[in-house]
Design a binder for this molecule. Structure first.
Ligand code: OGA
Ligand code: MN
Length: 220
């Protein structure tokens, strides 16, 4: 007799987590192809690609924090992930394991994680921006998981990560299925170039705990 418990096997992800931690430490960003179990990536893709327009709202509208940052420089739509489906719950388990791993290996003190599906229709973009401003916001590490089977270089939609404020060249990332990008939110300006096809991703942020007497984190 035993109790059946569905446990997400994090040990399989350890080598990838190790690599992400090492890259974050030495270059501040990490690009990992095939970072998540392909079965999970498939189920996330199936879910996001089947969501009707009603599930998405224009990015930068609706959340006080995002309003000023994003209202005018992006045209994509997003759907926040709350863990109300099996794929989303598994995604949150994966990101929770990564959070613990990064805290253990880099002593980052990451406290929580928030994420949303993002949908860029052909021609949509997100201009050069930072996900957090030094000393003001509490987003410390950004992540983006791409959910685009069969993406070709010609489809566009690259993420461009700039090494500094003055870097105009950047590093281009093809939004290929299963690739996970992580970077320090306050240090890397980045942008999403327009694509020729609909482009799906999950963007997320690890945050520090900034609880104070006036404000309790995380805000909803
Ligand atoms: C973001 C973002 C990058 C991407 O949502 O803040 O920068 O490649 N996304 O989707
Ligand atoms: Mn961003």
């Amino acid at each position: 007799m035993g109790i059946e418990v569905a446990v997400f096997d994090t040990s399989l992800s350890e080598p990838i987590f190790e690599q992400i931690a090492c890259d974050l430490k030495h270059q501040g960003y990490s690009i990992q192809p095939n970072a998540v179990d392909p079965v999970l990536a498939q189920s996330l893709w199936r879910e996001v690609s089947a969501l009707s327009d009603d599930w998405f709202h224009r990015a930068g509208i609706g959340r006080a924090n995002d309003y000023q940052l994003n209202r005018f420089n992006r045209t994509d739509s997003v759907c926040w992930i709350e863990g109300s489906s099996d794929p989303c719950r598994e995604w949150l388990q994966y990101t929770e394991s990564l959070r613990r791993f990064l805290n253990r290996s880099l002593f980052l003190g990451l406290f929580s994680y928030e994420s949303h599906y993002a949908r860029y229709l052909p021609g949509q973009y997100y201009k050069r921006h930072l996900d957090a401003f030094q000393g003001q916001a509490n987003r410390l590490v950004s992540t983006v998981l791409y959910l685009n089977p069969g993406w070709l270089p010609d489809d566009g939609g690259e993420l461009v990560i700039y090494e500094s404020e003055i870097d105009q060249t950047g590093v281009r990332v093809t939004p290929s299925f299963g690739t996970l990008v992580s970077f320090l939110s306050e240090e890397f300006p980045h942008e999403v170039l327009p694509a020729k096809r609909t482009r799906f991703s999950i963007a997320g942020w690890y945050r520090l705990n900034q609880s104070s007497t006036e404000r309790v984190d995380p805000p909803l």
